[in-house]
Design a protein around this ligand. Structure first.
Ligand code: NAD
Length: 523
C-alpha cells in the first residue's frame, strides 16, 4: 500500500514563534461529503423545537464556563493578546451571547402577525424558517468571540454550520468545535474545517445557503463576487477606520482615557478600533500630551506573563502593513509623537501616535492600519469635525466624547456609520442585544440583536382568511365588470385628506358593491 502524506497547517505562538500544533488540513475533495452530512443533520435539527435548541445553547454556555481557563490560555498562546483581553473581551461576551439568544431566540423566531388596514377579513403572518447550511468564515483577531456569536445565532435559528476559522488561529476554532461536541449538539451539525483562503473559496463553490464572513474588505469583495455566481446571500463584517470626535466641551482626561483604550485594546487589531481622533484645534496639544503620558504607562510584551496591557502582532503579514504606512507617513512629514518603531524581537510595534499638518493625506490616516497606532487630526467647527469623520471609505463605528449628551446625540445622527457610541468606544461589538455592522466598505448586514438573528432565517409570509366563512371569491378577480370598476373607483374617496370626504365615499362604495355582488358573478 502506498501511504500519502497528509498536508498540515502549523499553529504558532506569535510571541515566541513556538509551534503549538500541526493540524491536518481539510481536503477540498472532502467538501461535497461534508456538505451532505451537514444537510442531513440540518433537516433533523430544523424540526427540533426552539425550546430544545435553546436548552442546548445553555449546555454550550456551561461547557464554555467549565473551560474558561483553558480557553483563555489557548487564545493567549495562539493569538498573542493579554490574558485579561482573552478572558474579559472574548469569553464574557460569548457567555452573554449564548444567554441572550437562548432566551430571546425562541420569541424572536416565532411567528409574527402583521396587522392589515384594509383586508380586515385576512390574516398575515411572518414565519421564520432556517436557511439550511450556512458558512461561517472568520478572522484571527477575536478568534473565539466572532465565530461563537455567528454559530450561536445559526444554531438557535435551526441551521447547520460549516465553520472555517482563520488559518492563523485554527486551534481556537477547534476548541469551539470541542465545546459544541461536549454540549451534546447532534453530530455534523457544526463542522470545523481547517485551511486557508483556498478552502474558504472552495466552501463557497459548494453552495452554502448563506455566507457569514468577517474579515478584510479585499476578501469580502472576492467572496461577494464568488457568491454572486450562485446568487448566495452574504453578510459581510469588514474593516474600519473609525473616528473619535472629541467635542470642544469634553473632559480631556476622560477623552484621552477613552481614546487610549479604544485605540490600543487588542493592540489595535480590532475592526472598530479608534484609528482617527478629531480634536478641536485649541485642545489638541493638551489632549495629545495626556494620551501620550497614559500610553507611556502601558506595558507591552509577551502576553504569557499575564500582566501586560498590549500583546504582540498576531499575524506577521500585518507587520508589512505597519511598515508601509509608517514609512509613507515619515516621508510625508507626519509627526510621530511617540512610537513608530519595533521592540527588540520585532513581535510588537511600539504604540504610536501620529499628528501634524501632513497627516490627513497620508495612508496611515486614510487606510485601515489594524494596529497600535492612532492619528490625531484637528477641526475648527463641529461641521468640519463631522465632515472629516465622514470623509472615509469606511463606515463601521464612530464615537463622540462630550459633556452635553443632547449635543452628542445630534452629532451622532450626522455620522455615516453603523454604530455611534457616546462617551464610550468599540465595546458594543460584544453586546448581544444591539446590532453590529457597517456601511460603505465596512460591509453589508447586521449581526447580533434580533436584526442579526433574522439574517439566519428565511422569511415566509403566510396570508389566509381569518375564518372558514370568510372564504369567498375576491372582488378583484375576473371578469372585469362595470360595478366592479365603479366600486374600486369610489374607493379613492377613502384616501381623501378630510374625514368628511372619506365618510361621503362609503355609501357610494357600498351601493356599487351591492350591485356588483347581485349582478356580476365572479368567474
Ligand atoms: P482576511 O480577509 O484575510 O481573512 C478572513 C477569513 O477569510 C480567513 O478565515 C481566511 O482564511 C478567509 N479567506 C481568505 N480568502 C478567502 C476567499 N477567497 N474565500 C473565502 N474565504 C477566504 O482577514 P483577516 O486578516 O483574518 O482579518 C482582519 C480583517 O478583519 C480586518 O480588516 C478587520 O477590520 C476585519 N474584521 C472585521 C470585523 C467586523 O465586525 N466588522 C471584526 C473583526 C475583524
Amino acid at each position: 500500500m502506498t501511504g500519502h502524506t497528509v498536508e498540515t497547517l502549523t499553529s504558532r505562538d506569535p510571541a515566541t514563534g513556538e509551534i503549538l500544533r500541526e493540524i491536518p488540513l481539510t481536503p477540498i475533495e472532502a467538501l461535497p461529503a461534508i456538505f451532505q452530512k451537514a444537510r442531513a443533520a440540518q433537516s433533523i435539527w430544523a424540526m427540533t423545537p426552539l425550546k430544545q435548541r435553546a436548552q442546548l445553547l445553555i449546555q454550550l454556555r456551561e461547557a464554555l464556563v467549565n473551560h474558561v481557563d483553558d480557553i483563555t490560555d489557548l487564545i493567549v498562546r495562539e493569538n498573542g493578546k493579554p490574558r485579561f483581553e482573552a478572558m474579559a473581551h472574548e469569553l464574557i461576551p460569548s457567555a452573554d451571547l449564548a444567554t441572550f439568544f437562548s432566551k430571546r431566540g425562541p420569541k424572536a423566531l416565532s411567528d409574527r402577525r402583521i396587522p392589515l388596514s384594509l383586508m380586515k377579513h385576512r390574516k398575515s403572518t411572518l414565519n421564520y424558517w432556517p436557511l439550511g447550511v450556512v458558512a461561517v468564515i472568520t478572522p484571527w483577531n477575536y478568534p473565539f468571540l466572532l465565530p461563537w456569536g455567528e454559530i450561536v445565532m445559526a444554531l438557535i435559528s435551526g441551521n447547520a454550520i460549516i465553520f472555517k476559522p482563520s488559518e492563523i488561529t485554527p486551534l481556537v476554532g477547534l476548541k469551539i468545535q470541542a465545546l459544541i461536541d461536549e454540549a451534546g449538539f447532534p453530530p455534523d451539525l457544526v463542522q470545523t474545517l481547517i485551511g486557508d483562503g483556498k478552502l474558504g473559496a472552495a466552501i463557497i463553490q459548494n453552495k452554502p445557503n448563506k455566507i457569514f464572513f468577517t474579515g478584510s474588505v479585499a476578501t469580502g469583495k472576492t467572496i461577494m463576487r464568488a457568491a454572486s455566481e450562485h446568487l448566495i446571500p452574504v453578510s459581510l463584517e469588514l474593516g474600519g477606520k473609525d473616528a473619535m470626535l472629541v467635542l470642544p466641551d469634553a473632559d480631556l482626561d476622560f477623552a484621552s482615557s477613552a481614546a487610549l483604550w479604544g485605540a490600543y485594546t487588542n493592540s489595535g487589531q480590532m475592526c472598530a478600533s479608534v484609528e482617527r481622533i478629531l480634536v478641536h484645534e485649541n485642545h489638541e496639544a493638551e489632549f495629545t500630551r495626556l494620551l501620550a503620558n497614559k500610553l507611556a504607562k502601558l506595558r507591552q510584551g509577551n502576553s504569557n506573563s499575564g500582566d501586560n496591557d498590549l500583546g504582540v502582532v498576531t499575524f506577521s503579514k500585518q507587520k508589512d502593513v505597519y511598515d508601509r504606512q509608517l514609512a509613507q507617513a515619515r516621508s510625508h512629514g507626519v509627526e510621530f509623537v511617540t512610537g513608530g518603531d519595533w521592540n527588540a524581537d520585532r513581535t510588537a510595534l511600539r504604540p504610536t501616535i501620529l499628528k501634524g499638518k501632513d497627516l490627513e493625506s497620508s495612508i496611515a490616516y486614510r487606510e485601515e492600519t489594524f494596529g497600535p497606532t492612532v492619528a490625531i487630526a484637528t477641526y475648527r467647527s463641529l461641521n468640519e469635525a463631522v465632515k472629516k469623520s465622514n470623509d472615509s471609505q469606511y463606515g463601521l463605528l464612530g464615537s463622540v466624547i462630550t459633556r452635553d449628551l443632547s449635543l452628542g446625540d445630534r452629532v451622532a445622527r450626522q455620522l455615516e456609520v453603523g454604530t455611534v457610541t457616546i462617551n464610550e468606544v468599540c465595546y458594543t461589538a460584544g453586546l448581544p442585544e444591539t446590532p453590529w455592522g457597517g456601511l460603505k466598505d465596512s460591509g453589508i448586514g447586521r449581526t447580533h440583536s434580533e436584526m442579526g438573528l433574522h439574517e439566519f432565517v428565511n422569511i415566509r409570509h403566510i396570508h389566509r382568511p381569518r375564518a372558514r366563512f370568510l372564504v369567498f371569491k375576491s372582488l378583484w378577480w375576473f371578469p372585469y365588470t362595470t360595478f366592479q370598476y365603479a366600486t374600486f373607483r369610489q374607493m379613492f374617496g377613502l384616501y381623501r385628506k378630510h374625514w368628511l370626504d372619506k365618510l361621503r365615499a362609503i355609501p357610494h362604495i357600498l351601493w356599487n358593491l351591492a350591485q356588483m355582488i347581485k349582478l356580476e358573478k365572479r368567474l
